[in-house]
Design a protein around this ligand. Structure first.
Ligand SMILES: CC(C)(COP(=O)(O)OP(=O)(O)OC[C@H]1O[C@@H](n2cnc3c(N)ncnc32)[C@H](O)[C@@H]1OP(=O)(O)O)[C@@H](O)C(=O)NCCC(=O)NCCS
Length: 179
């Protein structure tokens, strides 16, 4: 299944993406802005290991390769929450640094959010950005997400205590769709 939206295509990851994934993810500016777990440096072996982990359960897809003109330019994924939070998805994403500032994250967020509400029985999609991650916050806002809360001293990243920002959009307020 592919999601085509405003000039980008989101497609499920494939094992053959390992090399290009490693090229993109081997970037400290990416690792510094997401949760711990993305190795830095990021090797081809790391890419293969991650793909081996997610691909067996990626149908229906929850982890998408973001592509522009057939080139791999990023990753976006949804995580289904459980228990009393089971009507929520959390999204996470990163874009190849070479393609920053071209609206790709905004489009990918919109595509995956519309897909989530179209294909899954959920009512809320949210993301958590470090408060100093202006690019991510701006992309979420442009995709129609609302700042719900700033959680003070909620995280520690690279040994530094930071605030995080919860952005969310509700199913009944979404202003775009995907076909
Ligand atoms: C955050 C990230 C996903 C944004 O991707 P992108 O494709 O460049 O995002 P977009 O182009 O859709 O939107 C970014 C917006 O932030 C703005 N922006 C980026 N850095 C900025 C800064 N330091 N100050 C002000 N605005 C900034 C851009 O100008 C753009 O807004 P505009 O279209 O109004 O000009 C990308 O930088 C990235 O992968 N970062 C590392 C990983 C990460 O942070 N992931 C998200 C975790 S929550």
């Amino acid at each position: 299944m592919e999601l085509s939206f405003e000039g980008i295509i989101l497609r499920p990851w494939a094992f053959s993406d390992a090399f290009n994934l490693a090229l993109i993810a081997n970037n400290k500016k990416i690792a510094d802005n997401i949760r711990d777990g993305l190795p830095n440096p990021y090797s081809l072996e790391d890419a293969r290991e991650w793909l081996n982990q997610i691909l067996p359960e990626n149908n229906p897809p929850r982890f998408f390769a973001i592509t522009l003109d057939k080139n791999l330019v990023g990753n976006i994924g949804i995580v289904a929450k459980t228990n009393i939070y089971r009507k929520n998805f959390e999204i996470g994403f990163f874009i190849s640094e070479k393609f920053w500032g071209r609206g790709i994250a905004t489009k990918a967020i919109k595509a995956v959010t519309a897909y989530s509400f179209r294909d899954f029985d959920i009512v809320r999609v949210y993301a958590e950005a470090f408060s100093d991650n202006i690019g991510s916050r701006r992309a979420l806002e442009k995709a129609g997400f609302r700042l719900e809360a700033t959680l003070k001293h909620n995280i520690i990243k690279n040994g530094i205590i930071k605030d995080s920002c919860i952005y969310a959009v509700l199913k009944d307020e979404l202003k775009y769709q995907i076909t």
